[in-house]
Structures are given as C-alpha cells and as structure tokens.
Write a protein that binds this ligand. Sequence first.
Ligand SMILES: NC(=O)c1ccc[n+]([C@@H]2O[C@H](COP(=O)([O-])OP(=O)(O)OC[C@H]3O[C@@H](n4cnc5c(N)ncnc54)[C@H](O)[C@@H]3O)[C@@H](O)[C@H]2O)c1
Length: 284
Amino acid sequence: MEVRKVGVVGLGAMGAGIAQLCVEAGAETVGLEVSSELAEQARDRIAHFLTRKVEKGTLAESERDAALARLTLVGGPEELGDSDFVIEAIVEELEPKRELFAELDRITRPEAVLATNTSALSVTEIAAATERPERVVGMHFFNPAPLMPLVEIVRAELTGDDAFEAAYAFGERLGKTPIRCHDTPGFVVNRVLIPLLNDCIRVLDEARVTPEDLDTGLRNGAGWPMGPCTLVDLVGIDVHVHASEALYEKTREPRMAPPPRLVAMCNAGLLGRKSGRGFYDYGD
Ligand SMILES: NC(=O)c1ccc[n+]([C@@H]2O[C@H](COP(=O)([O-])OP(=O)(O)OC[C@H]3O[C@@H](n4cnc5c(N)ncnc54)[C@H](O)[C@@H]3O)[C@@H](O)[C@H]2O)c1
C-alpha cells in the first residue's frame, strides 16, 4: 500500500515529532489540533528542529524548506478525508480517542489505515469505535519521536494483516526500527521497563543505597547506558507514576504500582529534569 498523504491528529509532544518524521520522509502531511494557535506552535517547533539539523549539517536548507512545505494545518477532521494513513496522538483518554476514531471512520476512505499512538489504552477498544477494526492498528512511538529509533506496531484483536504490515512498512519509511506485538497492557518495552524501574526505586529504600550508587551499579554491573534514577528524572516522575498507575490498573500486579517514594516526589513537585529537581538537582 502506498502512503502518499498522512493525517496526524494532535500535535503535542508526540504528534509534532511524528508529523516531523512524516514530512521528512516525503509524505504530504495534514496536521490537526484543537486550535489554530496550537497547530501553529507545533509547526514552529517542527521548523525549529529542522533548522537545528540544517545548522548541524545533517539536512540541506532546501530539504528543510521542502519538508515544511509538505505540512498543511487544517481546522477539522473532515479535511483528513483523503488521507491514506492517519496517526492519532491526542490526549491519553479512551472516550476522546474513540470519538475521534468513529469520526475518522466516517470520513476517510475504507482502505485508509487508522493508527493510534496510545501508550496504555487498549487499541482493541479504540478500534471497536469504528466499523473497520481490521484497518486499525497501534503505532507506539517513543519520546522524542524524531530521535528514539523504536516504534511498536501493535496488533489489536481484529487488526488485519494488510493494515498491520502497512503500519510496519510505514514505520520503516519513517526511519524507525519497528517491532511487531499484540495489544497487551504496556505492549513490550513499557511492560518490561516500568516494573523494572519501580523495582529499582524500591531497592533505594530496601538496600539503603544512594541514587548515585544505584545508577553506578546498574551502569557498571548490568551495562545500562543510563542509571535508573537518571532515566526516571529524564522521563519525568509524573509521567512514570501515571504510566505505572495505568499498568497497575490493568494487570493488578504489585510490581506495576508506583512506589510510594515516587508518588511523594510527584506530589511535592519533584518531577525530575523538567522541574529542575528529582533524584538529582539540575540547578535551573
Ligand atoms: N509523551 C510521551 O512520552 C508519549 C510516548 C509515547 C506515546 N504517547 C502517547 O501519545 C499521545 C499524545 O501524548 P503527548 O505526550 O504528545 O500529549 P500532549 O498533551 O503533548 O499532546 C496532545 C495534543 O493533542 C491535542 N488534542 C487533544 N484532543 C484533540 C482532538 N480531538 N483533535 C486534535 N487534537 C487534539 C491537544 O491539544 C495536545 O496538543 C497519548 O496517547 C500518549 O499516551 C506519549
């Protein structure tokens, strides 16, 4: 299946990055936000990142201009009607996603693939809001989307082979490394990483090790490129707590539940790098 025109719905942290990947890969890209101000802000961020690539010498100025020219901002979902492929990256809530998919189902061509970037919701439940669950698939990018190589291609209960493989191929075209998996809580990476990071945080208290020493331990004893406390600070303690709660709600496995220490840090506004303080002090 040839993907010429892509719709990206929600141009926040993830959607803007995904739209950037699409325009860089040569696809005509139609971006939709809740307001034209937010859409323009996303376009500015994309332009900023592409200009940084020009400054670093990894992108020609003419390529940047051509990529930006492939991005069109629209005012409503009806303008996504002729997209071959739509990627949804709106708020992580089931009802708004289901409403959007029902609408996309009504307005797009029957053969168009509808993909969701959800991290923790069921792709199957989102697909069930449409009359064509066989054309709905999960495409779980990692943050920041332009830099993180992985995309998980998620097969929901009724996803057809054709849409599944089209999403895999489109992930490759975007320069990503796709992996295939089924629609289970946390998919692959978060299913492994979230309880593992929670265990690491519990060990801080159990073994009375410092965050510095825990990080040194995992880097030097397990070959991790980055220690767990540094990683949670980078992800954002609020984001990690939210993801842990979502997984715990679905699996009821105690290891998924956020450790009380993290919840307390979150409540105190110690969110990691973005707030200037988490396990480490970033002094800004
Ligand atoms: N942030 C991450 O680390 C990360 C990683 C992987 C996947 N995700 C998933 O990606 C999705 C988006 O996350 P985010 O971090 O980019 O959130 P975000 O809040 O930065 O962006 C969401 C954007 O969607 C817009 N939006 C909301 N409803 C809309 C609608 N009906 N139509 C058009 N736009 C709408 C909002 O205005 C906002 O700009 C979520 O499902 C999230 O779980 C996030």
